[in-house]
Ligand binder design. Sequence first.
Ligand SMILES: Nc1ncnc2c1ncn2[C@@H]1O[C@H](COP(=O)(O)OP(=O)(O)OP(=O)(O)O)[C@@H](O)[C@H]1O
Length: 399
Amino acid sequence: MTDTTPPNDTPPGFPATHPDSAETRIANILKSEQDGQGSNVLSFAALESVSVRNGHAHVSLATSRDNASRVEPLRPRVEAAITNLPGITGATLSFTSHRPATPPAANATPQGGGHRPFNLGGKKRNATSRHAPETLLPGVKAVIAVASGKGGVGKSTTAVNLAAGLAQAGMKTGLLDADIYGPSLPRMLGRNTRPEVVDGTILPIEAWGLKSMSIGYLVDENQAMIWRGPMVMGALTQFLGEVEWGELDVLVIDMPPGTGDAQLTLAQKLGHKLAIGGAVIVSTPQDIALLDARRGVAMFEKMETPILGVVENMSYFCCPNCNHRTELFGHGGAKTEAEKMGVPFLAEIPLLADIRASGDEGTPIILSAPESEAAHAYNRLAHAVMRSLSPEISQKAPS
Ligand SMILES: Nc1ncnc2c1ncn2[C@@H]1O[C@H](COP(=O)(O)OP(=O)(O)OP(=O)(O)O)[C@@H](O)[C@H]1O
């Protein structure tokens, strides 16, 4: 469906100048929703902008860092109230913090509100040319984007084990956690160190034979939650342009879930490297997830990114005692769907408590239990991915 609604427009029935405009009604909601101390939202946050696109309202509020924690618990209620307005089908509240936050690393400081959240000090660089797409990741041969049409399908777990599998097979591998709002890499890799900044460049954290980077290494968990879009994109761009990735055969990127602006922008920025690598779409067998997977595939196809294939996660349950295999959600949905979409089916990963436990303990299961059913499944995935890469990259893949 074509979007005929201009950005920053009001929905049908809300002329912008009218007292009943979307902005006025949203401001009224913000004035009426109170926190536990009886203060309304607009008493400690300023309404920066309202835009409505295709019925979805994006509301940006400016607040101090201290007050951000007061707004956050109100978010679901406010978003629900805005969604109830006529002509509005959904709402997203984002916050801008106007005070600089805790330094993420010894000499790396988030700037707050800017498009380059980390001031890395060191030599003055030409940020424009350094961040121009063609100059990004100069030593990286290929990028593999691990994506999913929706959250919670096991994308990060898949990305971590895929990256560890590629490293184990002899490829020089990096792993970037691009999920700014829900970084899981530090936990899954068992690393909680602040990266060093040397000469204006962030050094990646080494873990399990991988070079890794995540917003979770740099800022406190709740801090990135209050970032608005441009800061998120700024952080991602810095991760691509200002991390010392060095020479890598592949950089695996754990993409943010979904198919919104951040995903599109990343895919655009990485077009030249993704053309040599490609996208891996993670799905669970349930129909709804498959619909979302289709959206993921469509997004990369639109960007002319090669689709390396689809992975079915939580595909079947394997009893740890008797090894009996149970198809919990009906088997083969993702494979059939991949065939219909004309993209390769890469692997099916079982649903296993040990996979979750290994992730929580900080060692990818492909390394902690190399003889397990799960490790074999992830190895099949890594080898399938290697085989689908171009020969110059995948020469280390077993035939
Ligand atoms: N095959 C599996 N078997 C058992 N548990 C799994 C499996 N895959 C993922 N999980 C668990 O499911 C939860 C969600 O996984 P993960 O964080 O990888 O998903 P995600 O798609 O990256 O989520 P988000 O969209 O929130 O980033 C985690 O607790 C993880 O350990």
